[in-house]
Design a protein around this ligand. Structure first.
Ligand code: CO
Length: 470
């Protein structure tokens, strides 16, 4: 038997970002992360994804934490491992397109505070929405990874993906990610897709998927055999379900093969031991909904990403309409079709999801239309692969102007105005970016921060701190 060439598969660990975003609504705190950083740093991961995506919003909104402070603390702890973030192209970490100056400054500050790899995607796969972020990452000497938001539909052929990948390579990206946020990529399709990509582009290919439909570890196996360079995994306590395949499982699977990671299984076991009580606690409190842990084969029909599924469940819970869950899931692909058959990933997933909820709750489609749906139909999120449903467009936006240029071309620079608006709260340069993304949430946080800082005299500390006598 001919000796096979060794090609250890590289792993990005997602437990500090996507895994808890997908399973426990992004509620892992910095305090919960820090004690395990030293061990995570010893594993030998290609990178640890720990920032961006929904973590920025959630840490401000729900945890009263400064996301920049979290990043600096993680950077401090990870001495050997590259830190990775997820970045929504022109939408940064927010839910609308921003001016180029904000995008550039955000990339600059992310790298300055410790990010090595920025995974940049656009919810429409409109590459014009990525160019500013990619160029900024190049300029700051960061690794710009461009993600193709993987989705299904007649227009999404193998040729489409290969062509997109070539354009990504041409635009100056350092690597490509196939971002399968809903777990739609089936094992044999992965063979086909990864083989075609490896034949046509030279930069590394990384695969990101979710376990939602139950096929993910088989998909990874096929992708690895087809030559994929990196796979995204999560430590077992926060793996599977709407999260990623388990790190330990993939490591064991490839042991003794040319793809052997060489990771220390005992070390991984110790890391899992650390996170397991957190999982148990989340299950007990209801934060981790068992609904999001099983195989949901319906995801292949509805193409709903993990994060969106848990959002929909909590949105419906708030409306006391949990019985409408499957009706909403059925409405999702119809709304998606009306909106040009875009991929479903933040923010398009939220826009389509919210619209689907409204269509079902109100008993009439497009009776209530949020501004963001209107913006999509006006072209403000970029070009879609298919045309919009004309009737729906007419009902939602009437005769409003529809644009076809790169949306950010119409957004004047914003930084100076934003700095003026939030000057009284500014304690660090990064604060303006926090404010830019979430003005209201940021202001609430700044007020909270100021109040905390005023509590300097321990003798007048509030009653809650009595447990810690000074
Ligand atoms: Co994901």
């Amino acid at each position: 038997m001919a000796e096979q060439v060794k090609k250890p598969i590289k792993i990005t660990e997602t437990i500090l970002r996507d895994a808890h975003q997908s399973l426990i609504a992004t509620r892992m705190t910095t305090e919960q992360m820090l004690p395990i950083v030293e061990k995570l740093d010893k594993v030998g991961y290609h990178s640890v994804e720990c920032w961006g995506g929904a973590t920025f919003d959630a840490s401000l909104r729900f945890l009263h934490e400064d996301p920049w402070e979290r990043l600096r603390k993680l950077r401090d702890g990870f001495k050997n491992t590259k830190l990775q973030m997820l970045f929504r192209g022109q939408n940064i970490l927010g839910y609308r397109p921003y001016a180029d100056d904000v995008v550039e400054y955000f990339v600059q500050k992310s790298i300055a505070n410790g990010i090595d790899i920025i995974r940049i995607f656009d919810c429409m796969n409109d590459m014009r929405n990525l160019q500013t972020a990619v160029s900024a990452a190049n300029k700051e000497k960061g690794h710009a990874q461009v993600a193709m938001s993987y989705t299904l539909g007649d227009a999404y052929t193998l040729e489409y993906w290969v062509d997109l990948a070539k354009r990504i390579e041409d635009m100056g990206a350092n690597s490509i990610c196939v971002k399968d946020m809903a777990g739609l990529l089936l094992p044999y399709k992965a063979t086909e897709l990864i083989t075609a990509l490896k034949e046509n582009v030279n930069i590394p290919i990384q695969l990101h998927t979710h376990y939602t439909s139950g096929v993910a570890s088989m998909t990874y196996m096929k992708a690895v055999e087809a030559g994929v360079d990196v796979i995204d995994c999560a430590m077992s306590p926060f793996a599977l379900g709407t999260s990623q395949p388990a790190t330990e499982v993939m490591v064991e699977t490839f042991k003794g093969t040319p793809y052997d990671t060489g990771f220390d299984s005992k070390l991984l076991d110790e890391i899992a031991d650390y996170f397991r009580p957190m999982r148990d606690e989340a299950l007990k409190s209801g934060l981790l909904n068992p609904k999001n842990l099983g195989v949901n084969i319906k995801t292949l029909l509805y193409q709903v990403p993990g994060g969106m599924l848990s959002n929909l469940t909590s949105q419906l819970k708030d409306l006391h309409a949990e019985d409408k869950y499957y009706q909403v899931l059925e409405e999702v692909p119809r709304v998606r079709k009306d909106l040009g058959e875009c991929p479903l990933v933040t923010p398009s997933s939220q826009i389509v999801g919210t619209q689907a909820v409204m269509n079902v709750i109100n008993g009439e489609r497009y009776k209530m239309v949020p501004q963001q749906t209107k913006d999509v139909l006006c072209g403000k999120y970029g070009a879609t692969i298919k045309p919009f449903n004309k009737e729906v467009q007419k009902k939602c936006i009437g005769d409003a102007e529809v644009i076809t240029c790169r949306p950010a071309d119409l957004i004047p620079d914003e930084l100076d105005t934003l700095r003026g608006e939030m000057a009284q709260w500014s304690e660090q340069e990064e604060d303006v970016l926090t404010y830019a993304l979430f003005p209201q949430v940021a202001t609430d946080f700044f007020k909270y921060r100021e109040a905390q800082e005023k509590k300097v005299d321990p003798t007048v500390a509030d009653a809650k701190n009595k447990a810690y006598p000074v």
